[in-house]
Design a protein around this ligand. Structure first.
Ligand code: GUN
Ligand code: FE
Length: 449
């Protein structure tokens, strides 16, 4: 719409604690930015009539609720074809046996185009309005992913993967040199920032060293300089598994976080996937730099060998959001990741080994609830990326999902008289793509049923 418009109905978001806006009036400008949010507007209010008379009002029914769009902080776009398969090996073997062979196929741009189109559609259907993507080492295919995000209207942060270490990366799938990896990454940054139609920065480039083991020191340092020069986001994996954490210690004589920091790769716009084994000095370092952790509870079950101490890390003041980690995580749904975040935290709190006495089985005060999981999936993701998304707040993008009770292929039903907190609980603990009736990104309706 070329003029401001408004939407009126029940909305729930989590600025800090969960905040239910029972009859919210949200006004949106032509660029898709929220102008105003009023939590309680009655139906005879003159403000509503102004918008409805000009045909610029969307009115929600009692069985509908708005939530901020979901922010997925960790997606391997090229791994989508192996979703739900091949999780029988530890990380370092899984990469070599399954993942690098699959990722190497994206030299074929037509193959990339078909997978990436299906992935972006699927994630939008699941309510993911913002996704932070790892692509592959291939510049043309990665450019296609950026174009597909822009065309489909998804807020996409897209990274061409850098991986040049001859000991960890196979001959058939490796950057030829640190210099060529840096040059291709610079080319991607320029390409995305000048894509026609991307003037508002809906799609953004991300400097993406795969993880310390896959990168030479020269590549890490070159990427650090590029991050400083361009101000682009940075993403990588950090201290994901015992093997990974120890490998970096042996090679660099320090932790992942310290190695990344030495290279200049820890900043306010850096997102570290996993962080399961970060140590107290790492926590202080990550907090001081304002970097974020993408908590990926679905893949952590398979690869980590431990549960990320989410509640403790939130108490430490880190920026944290959620990632599906497709395809180390076997679901494209960030609601599924939210549920696993709750479940994993409960397992950490109470423990897992029934032969131990209950008082020695777990880590007390580790649980999070559905409210915290919801916050991580929305506002937490926005904070992690340093982008104005994930909240209904003036100046934020209208990136929003509409959930509807009792859809034919939905999981969730809620009554018009149930309170917002109970409705949110039903949604976080149960919702799937079948419950999502509409999706907007930057005010544009990108999906509707
Ligand atoms: N570490 C390095 N590459 C990967 C990857 O593709 N997936 C996960 N989960 N961890 C990684
Ligand atoms: Fe990953």
């Amino acid at each position: 719409m070329a003029e401001p418009w408004a939407i009126w109905g029940r909305a729930i978001h989590a600025p800090d604690a969960v905040d239910v806006l029972p009859r919210a009036l949200i006004t949106v400008d032509a660029a898709g930015t929220i102008i105003s949010v009023e939590p309680y507007v009655l139906e005879n209010d003159a403000k509503l009539r102004g918008f409805s008379d000009s045909g610029h009002l969307i009115t929600l029914a009692a069985d509908q609720v708005l939530l901020p769009g979901l922010v997925d902080l960790h997606v391997h776009a090229p791994q989508f074809p192996q979703l739900g398969t091949a999780l029988d090996l530890p990380l370092e073997e899984w990469l070599q046996a399954h993942t690098f062979p699959l990722e190497s196929r994206y030299e074929d741009v037509a193959f990339a185009e078909s997978v990436y189109t299906r992935l972006v559609e699927t994630l939008l259907a699941h309510g993911t309005t913002t996704a932070l993507y790892f692509a592959t080492i291939h510049l043309p295919a990665t450019q296609r992913l950026a174009e597909i995000c822009l065309a489909r209207g998804q807020r996409g942060l897209v990274g061409r993967v850098g991986m040049d270490h001859p000991e960890q990366c196979p001959d058939y799938y490796r950057d030829a040199s640190a210099e060529s990896a840096i040059a291709d990454t610079r080319a991607l940054i320029d390409f995305i920032r000048t894509m026609p139609g991307n003037e508002n920065g809906l799609v953004r480039p991300v400097i993406t060293p795969r993880f310390v083991p896959a990168c030479t020191d020269a590549l890490l340092e070159g990427f650090g300089l590029l991050a400083h020069e361009t101000g682009a986001h940075v993403q990588t994996h950090c201290s994901e598994s015992d093997w990974e954490h120890e490998h970096v210690r042996a090679r660099c004589g320090c932790t992942d976080a310290e190695a990344l920091d030495r290279a200049g790769l820890l900043g306010r716009r850096s997102v570290l996937a996993h962080g399961n084994f970060i140590e107290p000095e790492d926590v202080a370092r990550i907090r001081a730099r304002g970097a974020a952790v993408a908590h990926c509870p679905l893949s952590n079950v398979y690869f980590a060998g431990a549960v990320f101490p989410l509640r403790a890390m939130l108490a430490e003041g880190l920026h944290i959001g959620l990632g599906t980690d497709i395809a180390g995580g076997a679901s494209a749904s960030l609601f599924e990741a939210a549920r696993q975040a709750v479940a994993s935290s409960r397992l950490l709190e109470r423990g897992t080994d029934p032969t131990l006495p209950p008082e020695r089985r777990g880590v007390p005060n580790s649980r999070i609830d559905f409210r915290t999981a919801f916050r991580l999936a929305t506002a937490g993701g926005g904070e992690a990326l340093d982008l104005p998304v994930g909240l209904f707040r003036p100046g934020y993008a209208f990136d929003t999902i509409l959930l509807q009770s009792g859809l034919p292929d939905g999981n969730v039903a809620f009554g018009p008289d149930e309170n917002g907190d109970t409705i949110l609980q039903r949604i976080v603990m149960g919702a799937g793509r079948g419950d999502i009736a509409r999706v907007w990104v930057a005010g544009r309706l990108v999906r509707s049923r």
